[in-house]
Design a protein around this ligand. Structure first.
Ligand SMILES: Nc1nc2c(ncn2[C@@H]2O[C@@H]3COP(=O)(O)O[C@H]4[C@@H](O)[C@H](n5cnc6c(=O)[nH]c(N)nc65)O[C@@H]4COP(=O)(O)O[C@H]3[C@H]2O)c(=O)[nH]1
Length: 673
């Protein structure tokens, strides 16, 4: 271990400078070696020979030692200088005189060399700069990375050399703050390297100089984090981007919305929840690849309808969320209109040209939600209402919509139990011959006896059952119950046909024909005892499927009736193609039939169509004898309505039949098995 105090054998330095290790410096413009004590208390200029001065000036930026034989005020002394090149024009360090000078100097030099080697070889960029921003050290890695040699940069301003102009002033002030506060800190800076601009993470620490004039230095050790940052960016991008469309994903837009609503003075904005209409059909029909292409095309199209301040994200499937950067509801609605207009144009996909409408819900901040969850829920609710209102439209949220949604939630939980707990019941409404008054058949109409709510009519739950898929088990139950009833009547000697309603959604059940056949056979019936009522919407959804199933029902012996005729869009040619038995005129035409000439003309033309196609015609919702007379006079065969009988429970129907001799002449048994 080095003990400087004990090794002193010459008191000269202490006598002159008040210290055994005065500071030394030499500049480019003079060969005098300047020695000075602590706080410049005592100074001396020692003339060196040109060779000695050259030797001192050969010291590099890396600290090293040299020994010189000089005289101080005439007294010879062997001085050991420890120091380095400090500036482009100055060298400096600490001078000492030791008894075992060579050994000590060697020891010191090897420690310094070791430290220098560490600085040089360490796998970090190391730059040491002084409080004026001038470079003191620039290690090997810095040289490699920048292609600049240490000897060329020592004494030059680090910021001017390596920090780009835009960041220079900011960096300059943070460096001087740093010298003032002398705390270690980390910073990330782009620097120009021979591989282009790289991002370096710097750990900056202040150290006091160990030699020469006491000075603070900034030691910056840096690591190239460009790749790491890039990887992080990629991760962030993956976590916030929808892979299919490249749009922001749910996380990304939710973050934006949260930031917008939690800002100190939040601005009003609109949220637009968008869901494609009939996307499932495209997927089912053309396959998922085409479905994906459609989603991509739609995302491009949607962007063209937005301003650059709006944010659009794909939430998944065919759902998009748009944050419209305006506080005005009118402007959000204008955006929705633009989208609807754009979506009227077809999308050209590889295998097909596809029209894809959309339904949208709008929620405004802060009126329709104070936070992310409320806003998205409101926009989503409004979107569902838009779907419910016939799709290809948008709705602005209103609190009333929540009632509708809570009704859906109620239906969802209660309908599932209702089937298991036998709460459904079939009512029967007779269809009579207008000419004879005979009962032709009955229509089975479903009712729900809820233990608390009482009797619930089908209009209140069938649409929901269709949407949720509950229509599948419910429809099967109707089929089985109606067949069982027809079987029971058959056993009693009463051959009364029952018509059941089948919705468009039910036609898509692959086992529908099988279910029908099983219901008929297990009740020892012929299918001709059960008729099928389909609405025009069944034809609109998938005409080919409807056509095929109608044929199959008829091959089994069932009659197929087209319900609510006149309300849909069946063309004459379409009607002519369908193998139907009966056209059932919609009740809406009947209401004013005996007074309104327009309604009369319409009904007459529908009757003409029916006759031309050789179809039986049934009119529904007959409430007055005048309506019945008019319809009879224009040649309508059968009718159904409150005038004859309301839909009745089984027991009421059975009670009504025998006592109805003034209304019902007799029960007809046509095509009975
Ligand atoms: N104002 C008035 N109304 C009359 C008159 N005569 C009959 N009605 C009503 O008109 C509707 C006729 O049934 P729909 O057109 O098949 O229309 C049915 C049918 O589309 C559907 N539905 C009923 N039961 C079932 C079922 O088991 N399955 C399916 N999928 N749908 C059903 O629910 C709709 C409504 O059924 P309901 O409420 O029972 O309403 C029935 C019936 O009660 C009348 O003179 N005046």
């Amino acid at each position: 271990m080095l003990n400087i105090e004990e090794d002193i054998d010459n008191p000269q330095l202490f006598t002159h400078f008040g210290t055994n290790s005065p500071y030394w410096k030499i500049t480019t413009d003079s060969d005098a070696l300047n020695l000075s004590g602590e706080n410049n208390t005592a100074t001396a200029a020692i003339e060196l020979s040109p060779a000695q001065a050259r030797e001192v000036r050969s010291m590099t930026g890396v600290t090293s030692t040299i020994a010189l034989s000089v005289a101080i005020f005439g007294n010879p002394i062997r001085l050991h200088l420890v120091g380095r090149k400090i500036d482009t024009w100055m060298w400096g360090g600490t001078a000492a005189h030791y008894g075992d000078t060579d050994a000590v100097a060697k020891d010191l030099e090897s420690s310094l060399t070791f430290a220098e080697q560490v600085v040089s070889e360490v796998n970090s960029l190391v730059i040491i700069i002084d409080s004026a921003g001038k470079i003191k050290r620039f290690n090997r890695l810095c040289e490699e990375v920048t292609g600049v040699l240490e000897s060329d940069v020592v004494g030059k301003n680090a910021l001017d050399l390596f920090v780009n102009e835009t960041q220079r002033e900011e960096t300059r002030s943070s460096v001087s703050d740093f010298f003032r506060q002398a705390k270690t800190y980390e910073t990330m800076r782009p620097i120009n390297t021979n591989k282009g601009v790289r991002i370096i993470k710097w750990r900056n620490t202040i150290i006091e100089s160990g030699s020469g004039v006491p000075e603070k230095y900034l030691v910056c050790s840096g690591t190239d984090v460009t790749e790491e940052l890039r990887a992080q960016e990629q991760l962030v991008e993956m976590a916030t981007t929808d892979a299919l469309t490249g749009l922001p994903n749910r996380n990304a837009i939710e973050e934006k919305i949260t930031a917008a609503v939690t800002a100190p003075n939040p601005n009003a904005f609109g949220l637009l929840f968008l869901d494609l209409d009939n996307f499932k059909k495209v997927n089912d029909h053309y396959g998922h690849l085409t479905g994906d292409t459609l989603i991509k095309e739609v995302s491009v199209a949607l962007r063209t309808c937005l301003t650059e301040n709006d944010v659009i994200a794909r939430l998944g499937g065919d759902e998009f969320l748009i944050m419209v950067a305006t506080g005005s509801q009118e402007k959000v609605e204008a955006t929705a209109h633009r989208i609807l207009e754009r979506m009227k144009q077809p999308f050209q996909l590889t295998r097909a040209e596809v029209y894809s409408g959309c339904s949208m819900g709008i929620a405004m901040f802060p009126e329709h939600g104070a936070n992310l969850e409320e806003l998205i829920r409101s926009a989503d609710t409004a979107m569902y209402v838009a779907k419910d209102e016939g799709k290809r439209t948008f709705c602005v949220f209103s609190p009333k919509m929540n009632e509708k949604i809570s009704e859906y939630v109620w239906l969802d939980t209660n309908m599932r139990n209702a089937l298991a707990e036998n709460q459904f019941e079939l009512y029967y409404q007779p269809k009579v011959s207008l000419l004879t008054g005979e009962i032709d058949s009955v229509e089975a109409l479903i009712r729900w006896n809820h233990p608390k709510r009482g009797l619930i009519m089908p209009g209140a739950f069938i649409p929901y059952a269709e949407e949720s898929g509950l229509i599948v088990p419910l429809g099967r139950w109707v089929m089985e119950t109606a067949a069982k009833q027809a079987g029971a009547w058959k056993k009693q000697g009463l051959n009364l046909r029952i018509a059941i309603n089948i919705s468009a959604r039910q036609l898509r059940i692959p086992t529908i024909i099988e279910d029908f056949t099983r219901a008929i056979l297990s009740n020892d019936l012929s299918p001709s005892m059960v008729d099928i009522e389909l609405t025009e919407s069944c034809l609109a959804e998938d005409e080919r499927l409807a056509h095929r199933l109608i044929r199959m029902f008829r091959e089994l012996g069932a009659e197929v009736h087209l319900d609510d005729f006149g309300t849909g869009y069946s063309s004459l040619s379409q009607l002519a193609r369908l193998p139907l038995d009966v056209l059932k005129l919609d009740g809406s035409f009947i209401k004013s039939i005996h007074t309104d000439a327009k309604a009369q003309a319409l009904v007459r033309s529908m009757v003409a169509v029916g006759n031309a196609l050789n179809l039986k015609i049934v009119a529904e919702c007959i409430e007055t004898p005048e309506q019945a007379d008019f319809l009879r006079n224009i040649g309508i065969d059968y009718a159904q309505g409150f005038l004859f009988a309301k839909p009745m429970k089984l027991s009421d129907l059975m009670a009504w039949m025998p006592a109805s001799s003034n209304k019902v002449v007799r029960i007809v048994t046509k095509r009975a098995s």
